[in-house]
Ligand binder design. Structure first.
Ligand SMILES: C[S@@+](CC[C@H](N)C(=O)[O-])C[C@H]1O[C@@H](n2cnc3c(N)ncnc32)[C@H](O)[C@@H]1O
Length: 334
């Protein structure tokens, strides 16, 4: 089974997939913490950007992969109400249920097909592209091979198989010369998904936030450096031993995402979460927290001071250049 099929099955099998069948996975008490789960201030920045970049006055707001709804909840506070609808798109049924319980004015849907075609929209997605199934390819002396998952003595293991034509074409178009032995992820799923998204909607503004890099920084020598796995806040789960029981992700190849958007007729700019949040509102939030912290200290109110400091540390974590601040932000702006 090629790796993208394995990833699809592990994450989205209707009965056993980590996302489709399990509970809501993002959150402090769940499997991993994302920026909107860490602090509301992240959504404030995304909301400020969304408000500033509406492609039309009554456009829709669409969040893809909305998870528990933490990003949507706070973006909505900034989003000026118009006749445009708000949509949360989620492949996970547990997340869809949670979103329906949390919001009465958000249309919660399982796929883009349930959103009217041709509408203008601001589209936001945090840590979703890395969960769209990708293939794995390895460069050999005479060209690209694929890494597939197979059964050997009743145990799942990895094997090299001849690469599909589209995998070779993707690698050749995204990577310059690479050395023998280099392993890369191949975002055929992201390509398809972007072309469907752009074809489905009218004028769009897009904000994708994720970990990953440009193609030249994504050349690995082992599968463990390409594929990441998470469960209950632990990283490095043996994903071949426990299919469907852990998150499987790959670093997003933003050279590939930019190329897919270009093919769909959209120009994008690549920034990072630190620069994005500094531009869209975090500076004021951190300054306000500092003032409140000093005020609490001046009153000798130690508990308040500690509480506000912990809040401030969360805000600062969003822009930490060695942590979440290094995440990439890809923006299509009208
Ligand atoms: C890592 S979680 C991030 C959740 C949330 N965006 C956050 O930042 O906390 C990825 C989510 O994207 C959803 N997802 C992945 N691919 C999707 C797609 N094509 N359409 C809708 N949801 C998708 C998964 O079900 C999962 O809930």
């Amino acid at each position: 089974m090629v790796f993208d099929d394995y990833m699809e099955m592990c994450l989205y099998d209707p009965e056993d997939g980590f996302f489709s069948a399990g509970p809501v996975r993002s959150g402090k008490k769940a499997d991993f913490v994302t920026s909107p789960e860490l602090s509301w201030a992240f959504a404030l920045c995304v909301g400020n950007w969304a408000e500033a970049n509406r492609p039309s006055n009554d456009c829709a707001l669409i969040e893809i992969g909305a998870g528990s709804g933490s990003l949507m909840a706070n973006v909505r506070d900034v989003w000026e109400s118009t006749s445009g609808q708000i949509y949360a798109v989620e492949r996970s049924s547990a997340a869809r249920e949670a979103l329906r319980r949390r919001f009465i004015d958000v249309n919660v849907v399982g796929s883009l097909d349930e959103i009217p075609r041709g509408i203008d929209a601001v589209v936001i997605a945090n840590e979703v592209l890395d969960n769209i199934p990708a293939a794995l390819a390895i460069r050999m002396e005479h060209g690209w091979f694929e890494i597939a998952v197979g059964l050997h003595d009743d145990e799942l293991g990895l094997a090299q198989v001849p690469a599909r034509e589209e995998v070779v074409a993707w690698c050749d178009s995204i990577f310059d010369e690479v050395e023998e032995g280099v392993i890369v992820s191949v975002q055929l799923g992201v390509d398809r998904w972007i072309s469907e998204l752009v074809e489905h909607l009218g004028s769009v503004a897009i904000c994708f936030i994720d970990y990953g890099d440009e193609s030249k920084k994504l050349l690995a020598n082992d599968v463990e450096s390409v594929v990441r796995s998470y469960r209950q806040h632990r990283q490095g789960i043996d994903w071949l031993r426990v299919p469907g029981e852990c998150d499987i992700t790959v670093d997003v190849n933003f050279t590939g995402v930019l190329a897919a958007l270009r093919r769909a007729g959209l120009a994008a700019r690549l920034s990072n979460q630190r620069a994005f949040c500094l531009e869209y509102g975090i500076v004021e939030v951190i300054a306000d927290a500092r003032d409140r912290e000093h005020f609490a200290a001046s009153l000798g109110n130690v508990m308040d001071q500690l509480r506000v400091r912990s809040e401030r540390l969360d805000y600062e974590a969003l822009v930490d250049p060695n942590g979440l601040g290094a995440f990439k932000v890809l923006l299509v702006e009208p």
